[in-house]
Design a protein. Structure first.
Length: 505
RNA sequence: CGGGGCGUGGCGCAGUCUGGCUAGCGCACCUGCUUUGGGAGCAGGGGGUCGCAGGUUCGAAUCCUGUCGCCCCGACCA
């Protein structure tokens, strides 16, 4: 009857990490590839609930830093995108274009597009240009500044190869767009939002990140500076989890976003943009989950506790269910993080084992099994998702400590993720070591290897070529590093620039 | 865009080379009984016309032609 101990997810992370990732998403019912629309995903209720929690927390953080929400059109006139040269270069190859506004029956009875548009629209891949057009109309005087607006939206980028949450043709995100009177103020805004993202990643997602600046080659098309937070996944690859761009006056010049300053001088605004997307859900999955499926940090979990009633007869049921319901109410009266403890009572007609496994795979932090034996002792049998630990605990003690237990789990997940990153980060100062670090033992079936490498470097075409060959990228130059002189690992040239290198998603 | 592969119940597949009874199997699903504290067992049951179109044939999932879609590798991917 008892099955041999087995992991819920197959393959394991060690066996095949990319496939494991797919299977975790499937087993946790987070999302699926749309069978009808190429490259797009269906986000299922459990996955969407995680995104909603992310939204709720971030939205409050944005408002606490003075931002307001607004909404701009899904479509952008083709000519808007053309205005900023680097911007065109970056996005032209992956745009969905709307050319008609009507369907008519064709000769074979099938519908064909009709009513061609005078100027085609593109579906926004990002909204700098369409939002900038509004800003140009709204701003006249320095008194109109700053504009601090965020938009929650979907965007479309016609990607060749997609992966659930990490890169999909359509995805959900927020994009902040701000306009300022001075360069310093805009730079401050850019850095402030980078800090907000890092705060969110570390304190809510329990995902340690490195804040850094992107090199020229990795910059947002049209930006003067791009900052990002970079996280390490369990396969030791890097994930860019959020970006904050200082756009200088590049966009304001081509869009005529200008104002009169105190001296009556006409000036162009300094603008910024910043965003995080549903990719964060992918980051959350790959940071914490194990070979039994998803693990959700409690502060973002849609449900913190699932109560699993156990009974054999109607008679037992009539005893167990009321006990569970009152336990649920008591737990829900407890506060956790910035809300209450979220509890679900799972009274579905399924076998106990199967039911328990479903919640394990979905990453619910705590499972409380309650049967007649527990009730006799006024206790529950508690399982922790993060450590796998299970033990009986008195009901009153459980209720009294649930909040601190969740906090302990949240902190533990962060520490575990940080150890993984720290253990797989090293300073490298010679090229042979660099190559060895990033070269798999078995090229046919690459194993988990490498990690983050901190190296002095200069950016040259030859260096880019070598990195490309190794499939390694410069993730960022961390902010707040103390300046020191070193030697470029690749060219031997003296430099003070020190960056984080890694394979990346 | 170049190379390779695949379309058969919800999912995963066999059958195709060598056309032939009513198109099978596993999982999932439904019902009943026995079970139930880490993924249950037995019995019964529902569901597919074989991607699509045309052709060859007494007969096509199977052969031929065309077409559509998807996947993998490469290229590409702020």
């Amino acid at each position: 009857m008892a099955k041999p101990p087995k992991n819920a997810i197959s393959p394991t992370r060690e066996e095949d990490y990319p496939e494991w990732y797919q299977q975790v998403i499937k087993a946790a019912e987070l999302a699926e590839n749309s069978p009808d629309v190429r490259g797009c995903m269906v986000i299922r209720p459990w996955g969407y609930a995680i995104w909603e929690n992310m939204q709720r927390v971030l939205d409050r953080m944005f408002k606490d830093t003075g931002h307001v929400n607004a909404y701009f059109p899904l479509f952008i006139p083709l000519s808007f995108i053309e205005r900023e040269a680097a911007h065109v270069e970056g996005f032209a190859k992956e745009c969905a274009v709307v050319t008609h506004h009507r369907l008519e029956p064709g000769p074979d009875g099938k519908l064909i597009p009709a009513g061609p548009l005078e100027e085609p629209y593109i579906v926004r891949p990002t909204s700098e240009t369409i939002i900038g057009a509004s800003y140009a109309r709204w701003v006249q005087s320095y008194r109109d500044l700053p504009i601090l607006i965020n938009q929650w939206a979907n965007v479309v980028r016609w990607e060749m190869r997609t992966r659930l949450f990490l890169r999909t043709a359509e995805f959900l995100w927020q994009e902040g767009h701000t306009a300022h009177a001075t360069r310093d103020e805009a730079i401050h805004e850019t850095r402030q939002m980078l800090d907000v993202y890092a705060d969110f990643a570390e304190n809510y997602m329990a995902m340690p990140v490195i804040k850094g600046e992107k090199t020229e080659g990795e910059r947002f098309p049209g930006a003067v500076q791009t900052y990002a937070i970079e996280a390490m996944m369990q396969d030791r690859k890097a994930l860019q989890a959020g970006t904050s761009h200082f756009l200088g006056q590049n966009f304001s010049r081509v869009q005529e976003i200008k104002f009169q300053d105190q001296n009556g001088q006409e000036e162009y605004c300094w603008t910024t943009s910043w965003g995080v997307s549903t990719r964060l859900v992918g980051g959350l999955i790959m940071t914490h989950s194990d070979d039994d499926g998803l693990i959700i940090p409690p502060r973002l979990a849609p449900k913190h506790v699932v109560i699993l009633p156990i009974y054999r007869s109607d008679e037992e049921r009539s005893q167990v269910i009321p006990y569970c319901e009152s336990l649920k109410r008591e737990l829900e009266a407890q506060s956790f993080s910035d809300g209450k403890v979220e509890v679900m009572l799972d009274d579905r007609d399924l076998r106990g084992g199967e039911k328990a496994w479903q919640h394990i795979k979905k990453g619910v932090p705590l499972r409380a099994e309650v049967g007649p034996k527990d009730i006799a002792k006024n206790a529950v049998f508690l399982g922790r998702r993060d450590t796998g630990q299970k033990q009986g605990i008195g009901r009153d003690e459980f209720v009294a400590t649930v909040s601190s237990l969740l906090t302990e789990m949240q902190d533990g997940l962060f520490r575990r993720a940080k150890s993984l990153r720290d253990d797989n980060t090293r300073d490298i100062d010679n090229l042979d070591e660099f190559k060895a670090y990033f070269t798999p033992q078995d090229a046919e079936r690459p194993e988990i290897h490498g990690g983050f490498a901190n190296c002095y470097f200069v950016e040259t075409p030859e260096v880019d070529e070598l990195l490309k060959k190794l499939k390694v990228t410069i993730r960022c130059v961390p902010v707040g590093q103390e300046e020191a002189a070193g030697t470029c690992v690749f060219t031997g040239q003296p430099t003070t620039q020190r960056g984080v290198f890694a394979k990346a998603y």
